[in-house]
Design a protein. Structure first.
Length: 123
């Protein structure tokens, strides 16, 4: 169900999805998803009731529920109090609240800084 004004979608508590989820809008998950989730230019929110067994890729990712899988964001990953993330995190920025659980490796990449190297040589 997509909201008309916000450009966001929601997967409810009783919904179970197995497979690949791709989209071009913000997504909030409160149900169960198994597989992969890709929202390259959008925000992904894992709600407090969510149980996700998937690799996640999005611009920004907010985790409040349970995630078992690797997380990759071109922007920010935020782990809220009470969440459980079992997997590796790759992002530009990472915020972890007290009582959030992370079991995995963290890679805070600086891809944007490497991409733009100014040419200072004078001709």
């Amino acid at each position: 169900m997509a909201a008309e004004n916000g450009g966001s979608a929601r997967i409810g508590k009783t919904v179970v999805i197995r497979g690949e989820v791709k989209g071009g809008e913000d997504l909030t998950i409160d149900g169960r998803v198994e597989g992969t989730i890709q929202l390259m230019d959008n925000r992904l929110t894992i709600g407090p009731n969510a149980d996700v067994a998937a690799d996640l890729s999005a611009k920004d990712i907010l985790v409040m529920g349970k995630v078992k899988g690797n997380v990759s964001a071109t922007g920010r990953v935020e782990l809220r109090a009470g969440c459980l993330l079992e997997g590796d995190v790759k992002a530009m920025r990472l915020a972890i609240e007290d009582n959030a659980i992370l079991r995995g490796k963290v890679d805070l990449t600086q891809g944007a800084a490497k991409a733009e190297v100014p040419n200072t040589s004078a001709s």
